[in-house]
Design a protein around this ligand. Structure first.
Ligand SMILES: C[S@@+](CC[C@H](N)C(=O)[O-])C[C@H]1O[C@@H](n2cnc3c(N)ncnc32)[C@H](O)[C@@H]1O
Length: 210
């Protein structure tokens, strides 16, 4: 609430932005020719959410910090579990990565992602895909960067984590998981297959111990 009275903060489409973030968001959405701002409208996808969390996009400033840190490049395959309107996939893809996949339980968001995909000005955009399924039903194969902005509760996260580990058993590789607003991070912290490679008050990045 305090943030709303801060002169450097603006309220736009039900989201609280710093002035800088507001303009950065507008710039990137414009540059890619997509629309990813705006939190869930009332009733949007609520019936399907199970233990899930409604859509709010991650700030482009945070995405830039994280993807610069991980030094995303052509050998990366990015998976955004709970992708909403697709911002993470589009922005990640702009680093020249091999492939970006976004998964959301809410088909109406996938429809928005596909409109964004059609309009988007990025090259090789055939390598961006969106799927309207429950994240716990997604079977990984060669993805090596997974993004989650606190999309669901521990029950779904537990299944997702089991799928990730199964995939690492079948196809051993280095994998980084960016967990923003990591409410259920204990599932990783208590599992000795993961180490923390970066953390701050906003997110933690786990990497599998090979
Ligand atoms: C906080 S938003 C994050 C959006 C996007 N990843 C970002 O960071 O900009 C969480 C998203 O997770 C989706 N979600 C919730 N439960 C899910 C589930 N079980 N499987 C897939 N997506 C889910 C919601 O529909 C919502 O769009």
């Amino acid at each position: 609430m305090k943030a709303l009275f801060n002169p450097f903060v603006v309220l736009f489409k039900k989201e609280v932005y710093t002035i800088k973030d507001y303009f950065v968001t507008k710039n990137y959405d414009k540059k890619f020719n997509i629309i990813t701002s705006g939190a869930s409208k009332k009733g949007e996808g609520e019936g399907k959410l199970k233990d899930g969390v409604k859509y709010t996009p991650t700030s482009y400033l945070t995405l830039k910090e994280v993807f610069d840190y991980l030094d995303l490049k052509e050998d990366n395959i990015l998976l955004d579990l709970g992708c909403g309107k697709g911002r993470v996939s589009f922005f990640g893809f702009s680093y020249g990565i091999k492939k970006a996949i976004g998964v959301d339980i809410n088909q109406s968001f996938i429809d928005i992602c596909n409109v964004n995909l059609k309009n988007c000005l990025l090259e090789n955009k055939d390598n961006i895909k969106f799927l309207g399924i429950d994240a716990s039903d997604y079977k990984l194969s060669d993805e090596n960067v997974v993004f989650m902005f606190n999309p669901f509760g521990w029950k779904t996260l537990k299944k997702v984590l089991a799928n990730i580990k199964e995939s690492l058993k079948n196809n051993p590789r280095k994998l980084n998981i960016i967990y923003k607003n990591p409410i259920h991070r204990l599932l990783f912290d208590l599992d000795n297959n993961w180490k923390v490679i970066k953390e701050n008050s906003e997110y933690v990045i786990f990497q599998n111990i090979i």
